[in-house]
Design a protein around this ligand. Structure first.
Ligand SMILES: [Zn+2]
Length: 241
């Protein structure tokens, strides 16, 4: 069974780096590895970003102040969707964005939040990414929205981010970064990677643009084609509508 799946039953972990295999320890190792991988991909530097995955009755999130150098499986923090911490550790200051998304979008099984360069550059314009390229459809619609600005770590930011994710798997956060979800942590990282690539390409296009945008009918055709490839991982990333 996929330990990130909605039917996974994950007990209270008791971790060390030499823990014997269990779904809970496997999940912790995957999440810590995913956080380190974000840094190698150039999507996260220092302790700016954070990742999480859904548990049956809560979420597992990176601890506050974690970096690729310091993260390990044992340091991940388990919280309820009301923000109550279970066990040791202090969760990322952005835990509320994660729990709000898990509460509102049952299909979200893992979340990646980054301050990746191109996403931040566009988010500072406080505008989303329009249908300049057909791959924008992989996020679920004709654009990627930019959530209005709110102070980091606040319930207001959590609500605004979740609002910007209606029918979408990722959004920009004004003057801040991006957040996206997936059916598992690997898909959530793929979402963040794809968004950063498209943000960079849109930014490049704007240098010589403005780009010609695809119209809603063309984008609908693209989404239908992605869904027709029902067995592909790309299609499974499309949010249910
Ligand atoms: Zn942030």
């Amino acid at each position: 069974m996929d330990p990130l799946g909605p039917r996974a039953r994950l007990g209270r972990p008791s971790m060390s780096e030499h823990d014997s295999f269990s779904p809970a320890s496997d999940l912790r190792h995957r999440l810590a590895a995913a956080y380190r991988h974000l840094s190698r991909l150039g999507l996260n530097s220092g302790s700016a970003g954070n990742v999480s995955c859904r548990l049956e009755d809560g979420a597992l999130v990176t601890p506050t102040g974690a970096s690729a150098e310091t993260i390990d499986a044992a340091s991940l923090v388990e919280i309820t969707l009301d923000g109550e911490t279970r066990g040791p550790g202090i969760p990322s200051s952005e835990w509320a964005m994660h729990t709000e998304i898990y509460r509102r979008y049952p299909q979200a099984q893992a979340i990646v939040h980054t301050h990746s360069d191109a996403c931040v550059a566009l988010a500072c314009l406080r505008s989303g990414i329009p249908a300049f390229h057909y791959m924008i459809a992989t996020f679920g619609g004709d654009d990627v929205r930019c959530a209005p600005y709110a102070t980091f770590g606040t319930e207001t930011l959590a609500r605004l981010a979740a609002d910007a994710l209606v029918d979408r798997s990722a959004c920009l956060l004004a003057n801040h970064g991006m957040i996206g979800w997936g059916a598992d942590i690997e898909q959530a990282i793929a979402t963040a990677t794809r968004l950063e690539t498209l943000a960079r390409q849109y930014w490049m296009s704007l240098q010589v643009g403005p780009p010609v945008l695809l119209d809603p009918q063309e984008m609908r055709i693209v989404r239908d084609r992605f869904r027709a490839y029902g067995s592909t991982r790309l299609a499974t990333r499309l949010p249910d509508r």
